[in-house]
Design a binder for this molecule. Structure first.
Ligand code: SAM
Length: 457
């Protein structure tokens, strides 16, 4: 059983009263494990027919499933093919609450490692765009790798502070997710290591940061737009307290009561100022649902005043003519090239989401889908292009089955032998892209990115 901080237990006893014993009881049970099927690549029913583990639906999340505690989905080749993302079941709720529709302009302000960005992208179905932002320099790299593996095209990734983004995007986004940095009490059962960074004063200190992030997010939301604030903690200071403060400071915002989320408890007004509106927020308690502890609230901004428009990225910085090297590659190796607007940065060629605004002056990790590198008169296709392509879109494929030794050797980075043919080839597992290889003299040179290679056995 998790070794919980004494002061945390005393505090929970104080706020939960008679329910405390039941709450504590859940720490004796193992946490629930979940994954979300990547609907950008495969329909959930098709995944269920090939799934190597037994899956049961998470009631509040489209394409969300529970898997067993003995299963290791992170070691299966389908994980590397981006057929699913491993995500704690309660963490699937905030992006569902956000109500993203195809064509929306969406900001995920605190995005790494990217589970909720991925959910938003699946909802966009390739239309509109997602700006996925992460302030931390190493976490933003992981965010990029995850969204790349999942084959998300219409996403730009920035590494910015909320304040610097708010200076650019006034009244702009249709939907904003603020999945705030928090004290993580709701994860104590799943991540007992988080207990060691907790202290009694941490929630109060974090609430200052959370208010500042929310204030900037509010500036960026278009009139009539919706915004979700979520945490994975129990403390009232970071939950009802922050929402209460926000409503007082922003009279042009109100809480939305979304009745679809009947599985969850409600916010507790008495844990802040007593404002009855706070009961429109949601509390996910680990002793009441099959998931860890979370909090979320859905805000709407009053629809007075217009939303702002910004110059489009491709109009300002797109290239009008296809680079010759890329044109040659497309002719020889692609059946269905990715059509649209392109942008070159240093040697890198990107596809740009058509509705993406200009990001000048911001720290941009990627402004769209990285197609590849143009170097010494040649085009070298990027991993992102492989992961966003179907086997039908390329001329040559090598197909491995998920239980083959070759697929493991490919993912571990070995050169494979015994193949005919020449040139670029998309390597697949049971028909789903894994990465590039290059054929010559009977050998498959391995282009699976070095940084992603793993020992799987
Ligand atoms: N939404 C993510 C997901 O679903 O994978 C999890 C986000 S995590 C709860 C909160 C993130 O906020 C962290 O990655 C952290 O680096 C970032 N963060 C920390 N301080 C921040 C700040 N001042 N402004 C914006 N983001 C911040």
């Amino acid at each position: 059983m998790t070794n919980l901080p004494e002061a945390f237990m005393d505090k929970m006893k104080g706020i939960l009263g008679p329910e405390y014993a039941e709450f504590m009881g859940c720490f004796k049970n193992p946490p629930y494990q979940g994954l979300r099927v990547n609907t950008l690549k495969i329909a959930p029913e098709d995944f269920l027919s090939i799934a190597p583990f037994e899956l049961k639906p998470v009631p509040w999340a489209e394409a969300g499933f529970y898997y067993g505690n003995e299963d290791r989905p992170g070691k299966h080749p389908y994980y590397y093919a981006g057929l699913y993302y491993i995500q704690e079941p309660s963490a699937m709720a905030p992006a569902e609450l956000l109500g993203v529709k195809p064509g929306h302009k969406v900001l995920d302000l605190c995005a790494a490692p990217g589970g909720k960005s991925f959910q938003i992208a699946a909802r966009l179905k390739g239309e509109g765009f997602l700006l996925s932002n992460e302030i931390d320099a190493s976490r933003v790299i992981v965010l990029g790798e995850n969204l790349e593996r999942l084959g998300v095209r219409n996403v730009a990734i920035t590494q910015e502070t909320p304040g610097r983004l708010a200076a650019v995007f006034k009244n702009y986004f249709d939907r904003i997710l603020v999945d705030a940095p928090c004290s993580g009490e709701g994860m104590f059962r799943k991540r007992p290591d988080m207990c060691s960074v907790w202290s009694y004063t941490l929630p109060d200190r974090l609430s200052v940061r959370q208010k500042s992030i929310l204030k900037h997010a509010a500036e960026m939301l278009a009139p009539g737009g919706r915004m979700v604030y979520s945490t994975c903690t129990f403390s009232p200071e970071e939950n009802e307290g922050v929402v209460d403060w926000f409503l007082k400071e922003h009279p042009n915002f109100s809480l939305v009561d979304d009745v679809r989320f009947r599985w969850f408890d409600r916010g507790v007004p008495e844990w802040a100022s007593g404002n009855p509106e706070l009961a429109k927020a949601y509390r996910l308690w680990p002793h009441k649902i099959k998931g860890e502890g979370h909090f979320m609230a859905l805000f709407e901004k009053k629809a007075d005043g217009g939303s702002s428009s910004l110059p489009l990225f491709y109009k300002r910085r797109g290239i009008s003519k296809l680079p010759l090297e890329y044109e040659r590659f497309v002719k020889e190796y692609m059946r269905e090239p990715i059509e649209g607007y392109l942008y070159m940065r240093k040697e890198q060629l990107y596809w740009i989401p058509p509705s993406l605004p200009d990001l000048s002056g911001l720290k941009v990790l990627r402004p769209g889908l990285r197609l590849g590198t143009i170097k010494k008169g040649r085009f070298i296709p990027g991993h992102a292009l492989a992961m966003a392509s179907r086997k039908e879109s390329v001329v040559q494929t090598i197909e491995f089955s998920s239980d083959s030794e070759e697929v493991v050797r490919y993912l571990e980075g070995f050169t494979l032998t015994g193949f005919d043919g020449k040139g670029w080839v998309l390597v697949t597992v049971d028909g789903y892209s894994l990465g590039w290889g290059k054929l010559s003299d009977g050998m498959l040179k391995n282009y699976y990115p070095k940084g992603l290679r793993r020992v799987l056995t």
